[in-house]
Write a protein that binds this ligand. Structure first.
Ligand SMILES: C[S@@+](CC[C@H](N)C(=O)[O-])C[C@H]1O[C@@H](n2cnc3c(N)ncnc32)[C@H](O)[C@@H]1O
Length: 454
């Protein structure tokens, strides 16, 4: 397997429920068969717990408001009560979801959790229905996407070995591609809730879901429709490896993936915040394949890049755009709705160039443009310290957990060889690092013209 610790970047063996990094002792919990490979696994799970509880509280408040209103709308009581009952049933799904994480929640985390707006909470039920209900209208939407992406893979790649789905949602696309390709498919999302659904479904634990249509329907019966969500009995997957991770700090080895697939993800956040991770984990010659709208439902408009700007981000990182097309699909369609949203999805393929510049230990490096460093300490009232480090380029590319690189970059002066600098650091700090990873990272900084070989 191709995992690294997201804190120290050394190899990580996924060998037990509570995984400990052999180099820096960071601990990663495994919840529901899914390793949580983020910066602070235990804090993350406390945040998840809090956010699900908060979601339930908000839904309950919303139901209470509608109950109050129903007092003045006696003739609407039936539809209002049906919808309230359906929401309450769905809240049971969220309650059950808390069980696997309860034991990791720490009370003292709660004082540090700020509820950042989590735009997707609640929306995962729409994805759950689209992806695993096997309703004809949902399968139609999925099939158009699967066919278009498969065609792009076949056209531009030969027998990929490792394929990675970023922001893989409830995992149906990853599941299907693990059968269509003879590759190992890595499937990851930052949402515990999405990955929870994937795990329940593949382990054959059906989920009782109420589809709720508050409006845009003709009959009262279409307001609440029960579904039992489960994979079809004859459906088995190929080789698929699920884990929770943040695309901005991936637990994957450098140059380990042949293809990265981004379906309905490019407009979730500005690609400039994770392009360096795409570049790092792809092999030279590897492909980034995108298919999805460019609607940016969640971000500030300052971050809403146009396709032409997204392509520029890739070419700036020494990718070439080798294909581009549009693929129309309905979006979350239901045969009960009185209208359908149609997406004109933007598909493009970017290939990582095989770099000509190869840095070696004898190379003397220079810095071509300013870099900005951010180091942050939080000291808790329990006396613990939480430390984060990152550096940024002037184009806005961001590198997290970058202590070793910051140390190295701060010593580059256009006269010392890389070997000399590494020896200097080693004699002062004795830090473990993976040499190949380090050379890959330096090459990628050379490619984007942050560093140069003097
Ligand atoms: C619009 S959904 C698409 C899901 C899936 N690709 C699909 O098409 O069904 C976007 C997904 O990105 C995930 N996501 C958001 N921020 C993320 C991050 N920083 N790292 C990884 N996944 C993230 C969300 O949890 C959500 O599942």
């Amino acid at each position: 397997m191709s995992f690294i610790c997201v804190n120290c970047k050394n190899s990580l063996e996924i060998d037990s429920e509570d995984i400990t990094c052999a180099s820096c002792s960071s601990v990663y919990h495994t919840v529901n068969n899914t390793p949580v490979l983020v910066n602070d696994s235990s804090f993350f799970l406390s945040e998840v717990f809090f956010s699900i509880k908060n979601h339930s509280k908000n839904v309950t408040h919303y139901l209470q408001q509608n109950k109050e209103l129903s007092k003045f709308q006696a003739d609407r009581a039936e539809i209002i009560n049906r919808i309230i009952a359906a929401y309450q049933e769905n809240l049971l799904i969220y309650d059950k979801m808390l069980d696997p994480i309860r034991k990791y929640v720490q009370a003292d985390h709660f004082q540090y959790i700020t509820l950042s707006h989590d735009p997707v909470v609640g929306k995962e039920l729409l994805y759950l229905k689209r992806d695993w209900s096997y309703l004809p209208e949902c399968e139609k939407e999925l099939n158009i996407i699967i066919t278009a992406v498969k065609m792009l893979i076949d056209k531009h790649s030969d027998n990929p070995e490792n394929v990675f789905f970023i922001g893989s949602g409830t995992g149906r696309f990853a599941w299907e591609f693990s059968k269509l390709l003879s590759a190992t498919v890595y499937c990851s999302d930052l949402s515990y809730r999405m990955m929870y659904f994937f795990n329940e479904i593949v382990n054959e634990r059906p989920i009782k879901l109420m589809e709720i249509n508050e409006s845009n329907i003709y009959n009262i019966d279409d307001s609440c429709i029960p579904h039992t969500i489960q994979k079809t009995k004859d459906s088995s997957s190929g080789n698929i490896i699920p884990f929770i991770s943040d695309v901005r700090n991936l637990p994957l080895r450098s140059a380990s993936m042949d293809i990265l697939l981004s379906i309905y993800f490019i407009d979730v956040m500005n690609v400039e915040s994770y392009i360096q991770e795409i570049d790092r984990v792809l092999k030279p010659g590897g492909l980034f394949i995108n298919l999805g709208p460019v609607g940016y439902p969640y971000d500030n408009f300052a971050h809403k890049l146009l396709p032409s700007e997204i392509k520029k981000v890739f070419t700036g990182f020494d990718f070439e755009i080798i294909d581009e097309d549009f693929v129309e699909t309905p979006y979350m369609s239901s045969d009960k709705h009185l209208s359908t949203i149609v997406h004109k999805n933007w598909a493009f393929v970017a290939r990582k160039r095989i770099s000509n510049t190869i840095v070696s230990l004898n190379s003397v490096l220079g810095i071509s443009q300013p870099l900005f460093v951010n180091r942050e300490f939080t000291i808790t009232n329990m006396g613990e310290t939480d430390y984060r480090s990152a550096f940024f380029t002037k184009q806005g590319f961001q590198y997290e957990n970058a202590d070793f690189m910051i140390e190295l970059l701060s010593r580059i002066d256009g006269t010392k060889s890389l070997q000399f600098i590494l020896d200097e650091i080693q004699s002062e700090f004795e830090i473990d690092y993976d040499l190949q990873d380090l050379l890959n990272n330096i090459n990628s900084l050379i490619n984007i013209k942050v560093l140069k070989i003097s």
